[in-house]
Design a protein around this ligand. Structure first.
Ligand code: SF4
Length: 260
């Protein structure tokens, strides 16, 4: 009988602009898909964001975000390719009934975007090999928010995929009055700084793994994008190599922040 290889354990510690964060990671032997790294990365991002939140609260400010307020679930949420694959796998693992309900919600959202003349622009955004500038994104974000289109995963003003929601959904917290979020164009909200933007980091990780332009996919298009790129999602990497590459992206982003 061959002896099963044990998992390898690593203690991570990272100094973010909000303070130090740490995690113990257990890596399986052998090769894993890119989706394997997503939960760890989101955990690190949440730790860093919790430190930022503590700092803001300690300074006497109040976080306005609360359960039942879903104004930000009508914004254009960017999803990294590894998260798009993870979302697709999550939906594929649901009961037929729930899966069909989500697919109908997504189809409805895409139809509304199409009627508003936004769908082609968003598909271009998901597929382009040229990263969009902030100036190019601004009118798209505004047009999207003006539609007040609820996220396909929003149910009675609550996230129905809370544990699996994208990193971008975990990062937006505001100290401005909650009702400002209903009218962000005229009332720019005060958002907390994001110490580790995990969606960006996962997007950069995927670009190095796949050898392509970093991209972020609008959330309603994430499932169709993951469907079209399923062949790439069958690739796998040694777990330790994947972790090293992800940490490398974190350090690159942090070193850019520190050098500013
Ligand atoms: S995934 Fe959840 S938290 Fe994110 S926009 Fe959709 S409903 Fe809101």
């Amino acid at each position: 009988m061959s002896e099963a290889k044990a998992v390898e354990r690593f203690d991570l510690s990272i100094t973010t602009p909000a303070g130090p964060i740490a995690a113990t990671v257990e890596l399986p032997p052998g090769f894993v898909p890119v989706t394997q790294i997503v939960p760890l990365m989101r955990r690190l991002g949440e730790q860093a964001q919790a430190l930022e939140k503590q700092r803001v609260v300690a300074s006497g400010q109040t976080i306005s975000c609360a359960k039942g307020c879903a104004a930000c679930c009508r914004m254009l949420v960017p999803v990294s390719p590894p998260e798009a694959f993870a979302l697709r796998a999550m939906v594929a693992g649901l009961s037929v009934e729930r899966r069909q309900a989500y697919l109908r919600s997504v189809a409805d959202a895409l139809a509304q975007l199409d009627r508003a003349g936004l769908l082609a622009r968003l598909r271009h955004l998901a597929d382009t090999d040229r990263p969009m500038t902030d100036e190019e994104m601004e009118p798209i974000n505004r047009a999207y928010f003006a539609l007040k289109l609820p996220c396909p995963f929003l149910d009675h003003e609550q996230c129905s995929i809370y544990e699996d929601r994208p990193a971008a959904c975990r990062e937006l917290l505001v100290t401005s009055p909650a009702d400002w979020c209903q009218d962000m164009v005229n009332k720019p909200v005060r958002a907390l700084p994001v110490p580790l933007r995990i969606g960006t980091i996962l997007g950069l990780l995927w670009s190095t793994l796949a050898g392509e332009t970093p991209r972020l996919i609008p959330l309603p298009l994430a499932l169709e994008w993951a469907d079209r790129h399923e062949a790439e999602n069958r690739s796998s990497w040694k777990a330790k190599d994947l972790l090293d590459k992800a940490l490398d992206q974190i350090w690159r982003i942090l070193s850019q922040k520190h050098s500013r």
